[in-house]
Design a protein around this ligand. Structure first.
Ligand code: SF4
Ligand code: SF4
Length: 81
């Protein structure tokens, strides 16, 4: 399971992560994104890719397991390790 965490100190409430999440693991509530259910996350990292504030963390994602195939996204999430 991938644990999805939103850092509300960084989040600017643009809700782009909600728009791109294909499984509704992240939804909008009262104008801010919330993690509805981390079990729904398929680790596509689309939300991290669009997040202008670098506010989304996916704990337990490991690049070496090849969850990530997009080089730009790999560079973006390396800071989590
Ligand atoms: S994309 Fe990032 S800044 Fe925008 S609502 Fe989602 S977590 Fe917040
Ligand atoms: S990694 Fe993909 S499935 Fe998981 S929360 Fe982000 S957009 Fe949704």
């Amino acid at each position: 399971m991938v644990e999805v965490i939103i850092d509300y100190d960084r989040c600017v409430r643009c809700l782009e992560c909600v728009d791109v999440c294909p499984t509704d693991a992240i939804i909008a509530e009262n104008g801010k994104p919330i993690v509805k259910d981390s079990n729904l996350c398929i680790a596509c990292l689309s939300c991290s890719y669009v997040c202008r504030a670098d506010a989304i963390i996916h704990r337990d994602i490991h690049i070496e397991k090849r969850f990530v195939v997009n080089v730009k996204i790999e560079e973006k999430i390396k800071k989590f390790f």
